[in-house]
Design a protein around this ligand. Structure first.
Ligand code: XMP
Length: 527
């Protein structure tokens, strides 16, 4: 059975003394709150909303943040917190729904008559101390709520208001308990970082000493101690997460690391060569490349259903990986690039929310039967932190800023049948899309850009002849978290260049279209 190795929690010792906990009431912003706290060099974790006061006491945070959430506190199944947490003496900041819970628990009045407010609002600060130190008297805030607090208990004081919200911010007279109706964590609240910083520094007494650099050093030391003389296997995909895991392990255990890259024939143009080159430039460890293109094409033969494609690719990947791994003598551990959002979204975190939205199952996820102990050095990090760590560990920008690529690879961008010929068409078009976006200096400004080969042909004219050929869709999105995304507003000239080049240079394509759908309701990938 694979089990997570009994390592101490991935919390650096400095942070172990000081951490902030975010109670997740189902807000789309809970992760963003945690990131904003970490950006102030304070370690922060997300926990279930119904964590008990006793458990909180054990975890001993310097502050507790109650996140927003989609519910009304009056709904019968509305998520609640253990009201005893307000008696612990630990500073509490309730945001939006979190503030309404504070009021409900401590005697205020929440109004659920229709008062929906969504968007920017001008906020007048009436109490310039505390949370609003160094914040302008008139400041812009971002509101996103149905209910709002309509009356506060004797023990509370108002701190700020908007034209429609009399209690945009409140504080308890004696206890370190605060509430904000607006969202300080989003960039649309320009002084939100100052407000959060005031809560962390002045109210919670944070020393702001948590650093990614310490994280790397301590993680490396811990892995060294944990692994001893054993061998560790790490799967490489060409993506940033597995590259950073490999970099940490190479630093920690050097020659005891073996990496496996499965070339499934579904990679982008020249990707296998690039990974091998980058890898050999940066690490002097044992690299195994499994050439499995034919095997993958065989199992995909005739398959057009997207879920079936994923299933077959997943199985074949595991088989290829496992048979290579078994050849590596003395391997005891398997390193994986699991990130913090994967952990909390799968509900696997201790005290993590149980049933939030499930992310894509990663095709790289390996089954328990392989019999290795898991090492997951990035379990406590967000994607942007992984990128920063990669740069600190000396990985080149090209790897660190590479756009994400799905585990099932080009198969889910090759709509309809997956054949070598169709994949080659797609690879050539994709290289033009990415190359032109890079040449226009827009690669970093977009989050994910690629080509999709559609399963339809259409009529065209080339020279004097009629053509009946394939269509390429260009997809480029901007997103922070890949859960929601907007299509990139690329310049027309750039789109024109991409279109002309694809039609001129990629044989068999006579039409290029640009995908202008946002997520939701569309997804980023087409399958
Ligand atoms: P969607 O298409 O759901 O994609 O909007 C969101 C992000 O997830 C990536 N993606 C995957 N990644 N295995 C992965 O490792 C998968 O099966 C998978 N499907 C989608 C997608 O590229 C985007 O970044």
């Amino acid at each position: 059975m694979t089990k997570t190795a009994p390592a101490p929690p991935n919390v650096p010792s400095a942070a172990a003394a000081q951490r902030v906990l975010v109670l997740d009431f189902g807000s789309q912003y809970a992760q963003l709150i945690a990131r904003r706290v970490r950006e102030q060099n304070v370690y922060c974790e997300i926990v279930r909303h119904d964590i008990t006061a006793e458990r909180l006491k054990e975890l001993d945070p310097i502050g507790i943040i109650l996140s927003g959430g989609p519910n009304s506190v009056y709904e019968p199944d509305a998520p609640q917190c253990d009201a005893k947490l307000f008696e612990l003496g630990i500073p509490v900041l309730g945001i939006c729904y979190g503030m309404q819970l504070v009021c409900q628990a401590l005697g205020g009045k929440v109004d659920n008559t229709p008062s929906r407010e969504y968007g920017r609002a001008e906020c007048e600060v009436t109490d310039a101390g505390d949370l609003f130190a160094n914040v302008a008297a008139q400041t812009q805030v971002w509101m996103s709520h149905g209910d709002q607090v309509a009356g506060i208990a004797e023990d509370f004081l108002p701190m700020a208001r908007t034209s429609t919200c009399p209690y945009a911010a409140i504080k308890h007279r004696q206890l370190p308990i605060y509430g904000l109706q607006f969202h300080p964590e989003v960039t649309h609240t320009p002084e939100g970082a100052t407000v959060l910083g005031n809560f962390l520094n002045s109210v919670c007494g944070a020393n702001g000493t948590w650093k990614l650099g310490d994280f790397a050093e301590e993680t490396i030391a811990r892995i060294r101690q944990q692994v001893g003389d054993d061998r560790v296997i790490c799967g490489l995909s060409g993506g940033v997460d597995s590259a950073v895991v490999a970099a940490i392990l190479a630093e920690a255990i050097g020659e005891q690391l073996s990496c496996i890259l499965v070339d499934n024939g579904l990679l982008r143009l020249d990707e296998e060569r690039a990974v091998v080159e980058e890898f050999s430039d940066h690490f002097k460890t044992d690299l195994h490349v499994v050439k499995a293109e034919d095997r993958f094409l065989d199992v995909l033969d005739g398959v057009t259903d997207p879920q079936e494609k994923r299933r077959r690719i997943g199985h074949t990947f595991i088989e290829c990986f496992a048979s290579e791994a078994q050849k590596i003598e003395g391997a005891k551990y398997l390193a994986q690039g699991t990130l913090y959002p994967d952990v909390i979204e799968s509900g696997a975190a201790p005290d993590g929310p149980a049933d939030t939205i499930k992310l894509h199952h990663n095709v790289g996820g390996l089954p328990e039967e392989l019999g290795f102990d898991l090492i997951e050095p990035l379990r406590d990090l967000f994607k942007d932190e992984v990128r920063r760590l990669g740069l600190q560990l000396g990985l080149p920008e090209e790897i660190v800023w590479r756009h994400p690529f799905p585990g099932p690879g080009l198969a889910v961008r090759c709509l309809g049948e997956v054949t070598k010929g169709r994949l080659d068409t797609l690879r050539a078009a994709d290289a033009i899309v990415v190359g032109e976006i890079k040449a226009a200096g827009l690669y970093r400004a977009t989050s994910q850009s690629f080509a999709v080969l559609l399963p339809i042909q259409s009529v065209g004219v080339m020279g004097d002849s009629r053509t009946y050929e394939d269509t390429i869709a260009v997809r480029s999105v901007n997103t922070d978290d890949f859960m929601t995304a907007d299509w990139s507003h690329l310049p027309y000239e750039l789109l024109a260049r991409i279109s002309t080049r694809i039609i001129n240079e990629v044989q068999g394509v006579n039409r290029v279209v640009y995908d202008i759908s946002s997520k939701p309701p569309a997804t980023i990938e087409w399958e």
